[in-house]
Design a protein around this ligand. Structure first.
Ligand SMILES: [Zn+2]
Ligand SMILES: [Zn+2]
Length: 351
């Protein structure tokens, strides 16, 4: 068994709330795995926009954010087979689910009302050593670099889950607008929607980096919400009717306010990004009824979708755009995410 230190380096939320920020600490205890748990020595972790919620105190979260970790199992708790030792695994947002409710039994563990979440119920993956539930880790296939696998665990899975909600209403060739298309989830969504589902993707985001990225990876059009009249442009492109579906990946309230104007009658609005908790979708039941709109929600995805996402990445049909940094850069990265300044995904290596 490798030497396991008693303390470790982590990214830690100070003063959660509107003045919250991340610091790097070197004195946080390394936990011992309990029954059914494993200790994973992380190689790297992605940083998701929703990790900003830990910092801004938008709900009950832990002091260590992160839910896209990849590393090796170095210790197993009671009732976990030794065969897991040394395996490379991924730790996701769903830390565990009950496996007993009807939702879990239907395969939708990501919607289990009793689920526990990494970075919310248990400490997250912005630390060197993390505890995971053995049953819920994802085995990372050989040949997939850890820093590529990491963003697939939340961003890849979440957007695969969201794009799948275009079915059964949409057909190949239909228009899908993705709001927040150049970010961590969005840029993977453009690839899945355009390349594997055959939808025509309208990528909506801001800035020349994100424009270039979206057009390079398969978007049919890019619209800059900061400088262009997006509603008008979407209508023009879609014979005046609007997109068949709008996937709102950005956690911004503005994105949600705009969505009903971008979708056609009988179209689908898919809620993915997380605005502040007391924000409500600004659409009246009269509009929903008379326009025949369909509103769906999507939170990460199923185990089956995780498998598909990893296979697609292995076959190079899905390529996360990743920038690799050190854990020490996490405080700066969170600030950039809060300002929607990150194109693709930032991944940090553990010291
Ligand atoms: Zn996430
Ligand atoms: Zn359940």
């Amino acid at each position: 068994m490798p030497d396991i230190p008693t303390v470790q380096t982590v990214a830690w939320v100070e003063n959660p709330g509107k003045d919250g920020y991340l610091i790097i600490r070197h004195d946080v205890a390394v936990a011992k795995p309990g029954d059914g748990e494993v200790l994973v020595k992380l190689e790297c972790s992605g940083i998701c926009h929703s990790d900003c919620r830990n910092v801004s105190g938008m709900g009950i979260y832990t002091a260590i954010p992160g839910h896209e970790g990849v590393g090796n199992v170095i210790r197993v708790g009671r009732s976990v087979p030794d065969s897991l030792l040394g395996q490379r695994v991924g730790i996701k947002w769903v830390w565990s689910s009950c496996m007993n409710c009807a939702v879990c039994k239907s395969g939708n563990i990501n919607n289990c009302p009793s689920q526990m979440n990494t970075g919310r119920s248990v400490l997250g993956t912005l630390q060197q050593y993390v505890i995971a539930k053995a049953e819920f880790v994802t085995h990372i296939p050989d040949g997939l670099p850890s820093e590529i696998a990491a963003p697939l665990l939340c961003a890849g899975l979440a957007i695969a889950g969201a794009v799948s909600k275009c079915e059964p209403e949409l057909q190949s060739g239909d228009w899908v607008a993705i709001v927040g298309a150049g970010g961590g989830l969005g840029h993977l969504g453009v690839q899945i929607a355009a390349n594997s589902k055959g939808y025509k993707v309208i990528a909506i985001d801001s800035g020349s980096d994100k424009r270039q990225l979206c057009l390079d990876i398969g978007a049919s059009a890019f619209m800059d919400y900061a400088t262009e009249d997006v509603e008008n442009k979407v209508k023009k492109l879609t014979d005046g009717e609007g997109a068949h579906a709008v996937i709102i990946v950005a956690g911004s309230e503005k994105a949600y306010e705009k969505a009903p104007d971008l979708v056609r009658n009988t179209g689908v609005i898919i809620c993915v990004g997380l605005p502040r908790g007391d924000f409500h979708l600004p659409i009246s039941p009269i509009q929903i009824a008379s326009r025949g709109l369909i509103i769906k929600g999507s939170s990460v995805g199923t185990d089956a979708q995780m498998g598909e996402v990893l296979s697609m990445a292995l076959a190079k049909q899905l390529t996360p755009k990743v920038e690799v940094h050190e854990l020490a850069d996490a405080p700066e990265i969170i600030k950039k995410l809060q300002n929607y300044e990150v194109t693709g995904r930032m991944v940090v290596k553990m010291p």
